[in-house]
Ligand binder design. Structure first.
Ligand code: FAD
Ligand code: DLZ
Ligand code: SF4
Length: 518
């Protein structure tokens, strides 16, 4: 009798727990393309191509090793469209004694997996996903008894435990964090590296045709598709990043530039999240560049902190806090998502640029996500569930465990400050300082109110005013509240009135364009 080993679309590694102890002479690996997963949000077309093509390539690799893979395609006429339906159908094809799976990256799928025993009448073993550096238990031990969960303290423990960028128990360079060095705008004339793209092979082209016919209404451009879909290609992309971009990653990590979404960023998140690369090997590759003098410490520490710190930390928060986490709405935000998040049609040049990058590449870098589309959603008081569904749909790297804490906690402050000590709210001045977006905008970031005022300026003070009851007592918000209180009453009233007019004109439907403020 076979052990049926289930591998999901973001578990594409030979090291995944469900494959531990696999007996090629007896066991069967089950991989299924199912409609439910392709449409629980309207995923970007490139995201679906990435997952399904990487799944098909991984299945071929397993078969080449002599492993029996039962692979169900999306267009199989018998396909039931769900994980559970396909599991039950597979049991009719194989004599199975038990089912082994790896815990998924999403509460929704975990809950589904927990029904499999009752649904099939077979023993089901759900193994811990040990691709993360900190296990769920390790995070829970760290979190125990803490009031607020600050990433920085968790990160230091991870540095100590892994020895990454450590020397004799101390952080290399005498400092844990070089973030203060990493907030410069892009200098004029900066040379940007070309990024490695991978021409679609026959398997990817077949999936692209499938997605074109099955998901024509999904968000985003299908072509050009250049993501790696195999581990060897993902390793090549990593290597290219380490030599060409990592040395410059640090200083301008927060910068944004028109027409240049990638700058010096790693472009490794889809590969990490789907299983093509491991967090440990990516961190080690960056550390090794520092140790051989190929990249400066502020760049390497900054990059490693994103993975060893932020990535591990948000995953810990997710499993520690779910399912209640997704339900909170600390600032009581209820506005529907404006249509321009999907269309990119708005005269706010920064939003148009970031949504445009997102449509073209299923990618935007961290600051674009946090300080442009995220900042707007926070200031405009968009309902958390709506903006979360948008982020989950539009990025190639988006999976619930990583998207949710970033959007719910970091962007929307919907968890009331569990993840971030204050909301990342900013006026147009921040976007102007860190990008060249404003130069091509209908609005002026220096105008605070009246004709041409940047909507971020109006919305910033509107946000401060509207949330005074919840945020005024936060010591990190003392400055803006002091400034707001000192502002002349007539000016305050005008700002609020113009902000309200702007918000009222936002439409969740494709029929009306976003109106100008003022
Ligand atoms: P780099 O800038 O080169 O960073 C290196 C790596 O660090 C990334 O590949 C990623 O694995 C990790 N990382 C960096 N920041 C974070 C973070 N805040 N949380 C977790 N990991 C991080 N990342 C996702 O992988 N999936 C998501 O769905 C996702 N949603 C996000 C939503 C919002 C609102 C924000 C602000 C951030 C989100 N991030 C998400 C984090 C980050 O934006 C992306 O990981 C990053 O842009 C991916 O591009 P990169 O590989 O070029 O990253
Ligand atoms: C995102 C995604 C998509 C689009 N399609 C599939 C699929 O057809 N089959 C599959 O196994 N996984 C898919 N995935 C990834 C799953 O949604 C992911 O495994 C869960 O959300 C848990 O993280
Ligand atoms: Fe965005 Fe305001 Fe700058 Fe326009 S002026 S690009 S709306 S920050």
């Amino acid at each position: 009798m076979a052990v049926l080993r289930v591998v999901l679309g973001d578990q594409l590694t030979r090291e995944v727990a469900a494959l531990d102890g696999l007996d090629p002479a007896r066991d069967v690996v089950l991989m299924v393309e199912v409609a439910d997963e392709t449409r629980y949000v309207p995923h970007h077309k490139q995201k679906i191509v990435f997952i399904l093509s990487a799944m098909r390539h991984f299945a071929e690799e397993l078969k080449a090793e002599g492993i029996a893979v039962d692979y169900v395609r999306l267009d199989d006429p018998e396909n039931t469209g769900s994980f559970t339906g396909e599991l039950k159908r597979a049991l009719a094809r194989h004599a199975v004694e038990r089912i082994v799976a790896t815990e998924p990256g999403e509460w929704r799928v975990r809950a589904m997996m927990e029904t499999w025993g009752a649904e099939t009448g077979l023993p089901v073993e759900i193994r811990e996903d040990d691709r993360f550096i900190a296990s769920r238990g390790r995070f829970a031990r760290w979190a125990e008894g803490r009031k607020g969960f600050r990433m920085e303290f968790f990160y230091r423990e991870m540095r100590r435990e892994t020895g990454l960028l450590m020397e004799e128990g101390e952080p290399v360079g005498g400092q844990w964090n070089f973030d203060a060095d990493n907030r410069k705008p892009l200098p004029k004339g900066a040379r940007l590296p070309s990024r490695l793209r991978f021409a679609p092979d026959a398997i990817t082209r077949e999936v692209m045709a499938l997605v074109a016919s099955r998901c024509p209404d999904h968000f985003g451009d299908l072509e050009p598709f250049g993501w790696a879909v195999t581990r060897p290609d993902a390793l090549e992309a990593l290597d290219h990043f380490i030599t060409e971009a990592l040395p410059f990653f640090g200083d301008v990590q927060d910068a944004m530039k028109r027409g240049e979404p990638f700058l010096y960023h790693g472009l490794v998140s889809p590969y990490l999240n789907a299983g093509l690369l491991t967090a440990r090997e990516v961190c080690l590759a960056a550390e090794s560049a520092y140790r051989r003098g190929a990249a400066p410490l502020n760049a390497v520490e900054g990059f490693i902190r994103q993975i060893l710190g932020w990535r591990e930390y948000v995953r810990g928060i997710y499993w520690h806090q779910m399912p209640a986490y997704a339900e909170t709405n600390a600032l009581g935000a209820t506005r529907p998502l404006p249509w321009f998040y999907w269309s990119g049609e708005t005269d706010l040049a920064c939003i148009a640029e970031v949504v445009g990058d997102t449509r073209r590449h299923a990618y935007a870098h961290h600051i674009q996500r946090l300080m442009v589309t995220g900042n707007f959603a926070l200031l405009a008081g968009i309902r958390p569930a709506e903006i979360e569904a948008w982020y989950l749909a539009v990025y190639v790297d988006a999976f619930d465990w990583v998207e949710l804490p970033n959007v719910h906690g970091m962007v929307m402050f919907a968890d009331g400050g569990l993840l971030a000590s204050k909301p990342y709210a900013a006026s147009g001045a921040y976007i102007d300082r860190m990008s060249d977006y404003c130069a091509g905008c209908a609005y002026d970031p220096k105008v605070k109110v009246g004709e041409g005022a940047c909507p971020f300026n109006l919305l910033y003070w509107h946000f401060i005013d509207a949330n005074a009851g919840k945020l005024k007592g936060n010591p990190r918000m003392a400055m803006p509240y002091k400034t707001w209180e000192k502002m002349e009453a007539g000016r305050k009233a005008q700002i609020l009135e113009e902000a309200e007019a702007f918000l009222d004109a936002l439409s969740p439907e494709p029929t009306r364009p976003a109106a100008k403020a003022g």
